[in-house]
Design a protein around this ligand. Structure first.
Ligand code: KG4
Ligand code: ZN
Length: 336
């Protein structure tokens, strides 16, 4: 089954063709980062307009790169939510129109379920059951994944997402948007123990997160300096902030794996690209005898291959989304 996947939940216009839920025939991602960069965050109205401009060429590129014609596609899937409504509507409506015209099954996919499936597209996918940390700009949560399509939410952030905290700290340091990659690179040049930012474990034995406290601590620290930030100081703040975030993320996901007795552990979402987090988990995984799985960078951030992959099982089961259905901005349903 060759599925055309479409993703437009935030600031990436993406289309991909995935065969049988596992083989990526093509995956195209057009980023709008350069446009939003100057505003220090995603401007929803601009995002929608740019998706409208990009959606047709991006789908055409995905078809061309796969060597397939539109008539070779067996089903169409698009992100239904959560995300920016105006942005989601572009991809979702395009996908509906494509499916209607070609008389194909259509499926709306939950963006978070897509991220969870991204690791199954990597060369060495985890075995079920596994524990997955999903850390992105909009969400931070831990899941116990028992089988394709069967997963329980173990805990999630009560306030900011990890990626959101990175973006906000980068803004405080005057480093631009999106901040994750910039802070990650800067952290390499700083001293992680230069400043002791709080580690908000909440209950160390539970899997909920809270990142707004770290962000506030960084803000207070910067204000308390009453001086212009030198590059060295910026690097120290970035390294110390990253050390605090990585400590919490690494502890919670490995503890969840221990409690659920899962040898296989996965990290997915934009923050899974983080060098500090990857290094820490790689070391800890060796120490604990865990099998760590991280998707390639191209599958960590938003992409459409993960949407097509997530759609496969549901479509195989005969599930379809009505062409009357609408997008949703927050959780309309927990991923099933
Ligand atoms: O998954 P994603 O592309 O989009 C959402 O679904 O949100 O994640 C984007 C988030 C942004 O907040 C970005 O700053 C963060 O992922 N991010 C990183 C890194 N690369 C991207 N955070 C930490 N370290 C990175 N290397
Ligand atoms: Zn995402």
């Amino acid at each position: 089954m060759k599925i055309l996947g479409i993703e437009t939940s935030c600031d990436e216009t993406a289309a991909a063709i995935v065969e049988d839920g596992v083989q990526i025939l093509s995956s195209v991602v057009a980023s709008q980062v350069d446009v939003h960069h100057v505003y220090g965050g995603v401007v929803p109205e601009l995002a929608s307009r740019m998706h409208i401009e990009a959606i047709v060429p991006v789908v055409e590129q995905a078809l061309e790169a796969s060597g397939l014609a539109p008539d070779d596609i067996d089903a169409v899937a698009a992100t239904q939510g959560p995300g920016l409504v105006g942005a989601l509507l572009v991809g979702f409506s395009f996908a509906k129109a494509f499916a209607y015209e070609k008389k194909l099954p259509f499926l709306g996919v939950d963006h978070l379920e897509g991220h969870l499936y991204s690791v199954l597209l990597s060369d060495a996918p985890p075995q079920f059951p596994y524990v997955a940390l999903l850390a992105s700009g909009g969400h931070t949560a831990i899941y116990h994944v028992q089988a394709k399509g069967r997963y329980d939410l173990l805990g999630q952030t009560r306030d900011d997402a990890a990626g959101e905290a990175y973006d906000k700290v980068a803004k405080m340091l005057g480093l631009g948007y999106p901040g994750g990659g910039i802070i990650d690179r800067m952290a390499c040049r700083g001293r992680p123990d230069a400043i002791d930012f709080p580690r908000p474990y909440l209950d160390k034995e539970k899997f909920d997160f809270s990142f707004s406290g770290i962000k506030t601590a960084v803000h207070r620290y910067i204000v308390s300096l009453e001086t212009q930030l030198s590059e060295d100081l910026q690097a120290d703040i970035a390294a110390a902030f990253q050390a605090a975030v990585v400590d919490v993320l690494a502890h919670k996901v490995l503890y969840a794996a221990e409690v659920k007795q899962c040898r296989h552990v996965a990290i997915v979402g934009g923050v899974a690209a983080n060098r500090g987090l990857r290094e820490r988990l790689e070391q800890e995984a060796v120490r604990k005898g865990s099998d760590l799985h991280i998707p390639p960078l191209s599958l960590c951030g938003d992409n459409a291959a993960m949407i097509a992959a997530a759609a496969h099982r549901h479509l195989q089961d005969g599930a379809e989304t009505s062409l009357q259905d609408d997008v949703y901005s927050r959780h309309r349903r927990t991923p099933v």
